[in-house]
Design a binder for this molecule. Sequence first.
Ligand SMILES: NC(=O)c1ccc[n+]([C@@H]2O[C@H](COP(=O)([O-])OP(=O)(O)OC[C@H]3O[C@@H](n4cnc5c(N)ncnc54)[C@H](O)[C@@H]3O)[C@@H](O)[C@H]2O)c1
Length: 341
Amino acid sequence: MNMPAAKRTASKARLHHALVTGGVGFMGSHLTKELVRRGLEVTVLDNLSSGPRADSIRILASKGRVTLVRGDCTSSRDVSKALQGVDTVFHLAANPEVRLELNDMENCFRQNVLATHVVLQCASGTSVKDFVFSSSSTVYGEPKVLPTPEDYGPLLPISAYGASKLASEALVSSHCSSLGMNGVILRIANVVGPGSTHGVVYDLAKKLRANPHELELLGDGTQSKSYLFIDDCIDGLMAAVTRSGPGVSLYNLGGSDQVQVSEIARIVVQKSGLQNVQVKYTGGVDGGRGWMGDVKTMLLDATKITKLGWSPKLNSRQAVERMAESLFRGASVPSKRNRGQ
Ligand SMILES: NC(=O)c1ccc[n+]([C@@H]2O[C@H](COP(=O)([O-])OP(=O)(O)OC[C@H]3O[C@@H](n4cnc5c(N)ncnc54)[C@H](O)[C@@H]3O)[C@@H](O)[C@H]2O)c1
């Protein structure tokens, strides 16, 4: 991660025009709104592959606050078009699905690794000075040290998704080091909050809507992970990009506690208002995992990013509760007539 000092520029003063790839998605749309709130010019590049969720971004675009480019990160033409005048790239576009049966190796490579390569390649030699990448706790695989610090190794991911994030980190590091951009890599815990359309809280709520009597949990329920509320995640991204020094910086981004999946099920049922829901465990695979590639316990050591002045306002449990509330707020929860007796 050494590069000529003259080429490096500290981030702070640079944030005027940002490109958010995947800016229509869950994290991207929250980030875009925050950047607009801070008075930045924002371009969003998204292929809308995760569904027609562009409404909030379209409203910002119609007010002239955001430029929405519908395009694909694997296309250098689309990326170059979106990069016009940009000084900071937040590369969030990816297929975020960890389950292998829903996201195979080929898909992970194209949407996560190839896309990152193309965005980096197009950004180099342009006005871009800072490149922020949303990596994941899954790069650690099953670490023997918990909470896991950034310098833990060897990094042996157990999912195609984790592998694609680790490969992308290497690309960010090498491109930024050799081509004169500052890089910020964030290994992020599970993020929850309004607008999320994947992950355990969303899945359980969806299942409850389909069957208000019974809730199936993948695995043995003892999987224990750390959850971060979306507002805390965006604060972390902003702290990292505005307060990091020059060069390539790497941070864990997560809280200091965990919640078990069985407890998440209890929270989701409670927030749904349903009664007498029978919770069933599939038992899972390979010692109680929800699926092959499911990391059973995850907790990040976030000491490094807290030194930049960041800390989460909500703990894991509160974050899960807030997301579950948002999923059932005003939702068409089955009527009392249909509820379990
Ligand atoms: N949500 C989490 O818990 C979490 C945790 C750690 C890291 N991350 C990472 O953060 C990023 C955002 O995650 P999210 O939860 O908001 O996902 P999301 O699916 O809600 O958003 C991703 C967006 O990227 C777009 N996209 C996908 N492939 C694209 C491509 N090739 N070109 C252009 N657009 C493309 C999708 O249409 C979508 O709008 C991802 O990189 C994800 O891997 C997420």
